[in-house]
Design a protein around this ligand. Structure first.
Ligand SMILES: Cc1cc2nc3c(=O)[nH]c(=O)nc-3n(C[C@H](O)[C@H](O)[C@H](O)COP(=O)(O)O)c2cc1C
Length: 208
């Protein structure tokens, strides 16, 4: 019995040597496929997303809403938030399962993530993923709001790796870009690696 066990161990060792060394770097590269998912109603978060996409060269998915939200119908945003109403989402063709980590960029509406993002996250497609979150807001946002967003994510089994906020009230586009650059430096410096291009909404490539 002992001899058979030794033979098995020897064969296993031989197979491992034949397969060659697998470095930690190679394992990380295999698991590495970030996806940026964002929603923007009035454009500020889209500036954040554009800078993230440019710097990280990761694939991107912009969430769309089929609910009228312009002019008077901004009231729909308020109703969604106050009554915890789901969004009516536009189509998402991308297969999310193949990506990790996920970077989420989203405006704060009435102290919570905007309903198009909440609805998307509620469908569980990000459960179990490592997640970086960047919210944009106009200053009526504090620690309590951050804690409740963190709880929302944790309750949906997301593993929060980073959380940042960008103030957009009275800021220029350049200031939003600079704030995003600082977030990238703080959270994602190891992610700033070139790949062949970035992919938009549902798969098309946006090479610079
Ligand atoms: C319906 C609605 C509710 C909002 N509620 C808040 C809020 O509670 N706190 C805050 O600081 N900003 C709030 N804002 C401002 C947005 O968070 C901010 O302008 C954000 O940067 C907009 O992102 P976007 O331009 O990508 O849509 C709200 C905006 C809207 C439209």
């Amino acid at each position: 019995m002992k001899q058979r066990c030794n033979l098995f161990l020897a064969l296993a060792a031989l197979a491992a040597v034949a397969a060659g060394p697998v470095s930690a770097g190679a394992q990380a590269a295999a698991a590495w496929r970030p996806l940026l998912i964002y929603y923007s109603l009035t454009g500020s978060t889209r500036i954040v997303a554009a800078e993230l996409g440019r710097a990280l060269r990761c694939e991107q998915l912009e969430l769309t809403s089929l609910r009228e939200r312009t002019g008077f119908w901004k009231v729909n945003c308020v109703i969604d938030q106050l009554f915890d109403r789901d969004d009516v989402p536009g189509p998402v063709k991308l297969e999310i399962a193949q990506y990790n980590p996920i970077i989420i960029a989203c405006p704060i509406w009435i102290h919570r993530l905007a309903s198009p993002m909440r609805t998307f996250l509620d469908h569980g497609r990000i459960a179990g993923k490592e997640v970086y979150v960047i919210v944009t807001h106009q200053g009526n946002y504090g620690d309590k709001d951050e804690q409740s967003v963190r709880q929302f994510l944790a309750a949906r089994a997301m593993h929060l790796k980073g959380y940042s906020a960008v103030l957009t009230r009275g800021t220029t586009e350049a200031e939003i870009v600079n704030a995003t650059k600082a977030i990238i430096k703080r959270n994602f410096s190891e992610m700033e690696k070139p790949v062949s291009g970035t992919t938009n909404q549902n798969g098309g490539c946006d090479n610079e």
